[in-house]
Design a protein around this ligand. Structure first.
Ligand SMILES: Cc1cc2nc3c(=O)[nH]c(=O)nc-3n(C[C@H](O)[C@H](O)[C@H](O)COP(=O)(O)O)c2cc1C
Length: 198
């Protein structure tokens, strides 16, 4: 490959770079990925938005309503997988999730959240609650506008920050001259990389 991605260290750098791009650029394909959790009824996968990238601590994260099913699933089993795809590259990340609600980490993330984003946490009923009609769960008034800062503060009770400490990073590059695949496992305080046949 011409772009240096035939060296494992460069692939690892590139992988973290794609995540950083997803964090900072809302138009990046790495802005959101499919998060898989265990549930009592088998695996569950859904998109979530990447809200935190900390390469030094091999940690990534997202935000959610504390009442969501995914929170219950993570409480039962903290092993999660999060998959992203863009620019001919798939990132398949696995790790251990920790839920933060009402603590300093949640508070800091909440302070950095816009009032419009906070509206997601103002539904009276929990996500996944059955409804007789197609409903947002918001009051008719709040559907039409963003909440004031005062109104939005009520959402903090429902707000959860999920941080995932990565145990493995798998990178797959789709190429006309054959694909390339690399895997990095966290062992002995370092990323141990190896090439895999795609
Ligand atoms: C592009 C996109 C981004 C999403 N981002 C989030 C998110 O950051 N956090 C979240 O809890 N749900 C997010 N959702 C909604 C989830 O995919 C899911 O429908 C909802 O959270 C219920 O999932 P659960 O029942 O497994 O908790 C997003 C959906 C889409 C389509």
């Amino acid at each position: 490959m011409s772009d240096g991605l035939d060296v494992l260290d460069a692939v690892l750098e590139q992988s973290w770079g794609l995540l950083a791009q997803g964090l900072h650029d809302r138009h990046s394909p790495f802005r959101q990925g499919v998060l898989a959790t265990y549930s009592d009824n088998g695996p569950q996968a859904r998109y979530v938005v990447l809200r935190h990238v900390d390469k030094a601590n091999r940690c990534i994260g997202f935000h959610s309503d504390y009442r969501a099913d995914k929170i219950v699933q993570i409480q039962k089993s903290a092993n999660v997988s999060w998959c992203f795809f863009g620019d001919k590259q798939q990132l398949r990340l696995s790790g251990i999730a920790a839920i933060h609600a009402g603590d300093a980490i949640a508070e800091a993330a909440w302070q950095a959240t816009s009032n419009l984003s906070r509206r997601c946490y103002l539904t009276e009923q929990a996500p996944g609650t059955q409804s007789d009609i197609a409903a947002s769960g918001l009051s008719a008034e709040l559907e039409q506008r963003q909440p004031s800062t005062l109104e939005s503060t009520q959402g903090f009770t429902q707000f959860a920050v999920i941080r995932i400490t990565l145990e493995s990073i798998e990178w797959l590059h789709l190429g006309a001259n054959g694909h390339r695949r690399a895997r990095f496992d966290w062992h002995h305080q370092a990323w141990q990389g190896s090439w895999l046949i795609p």
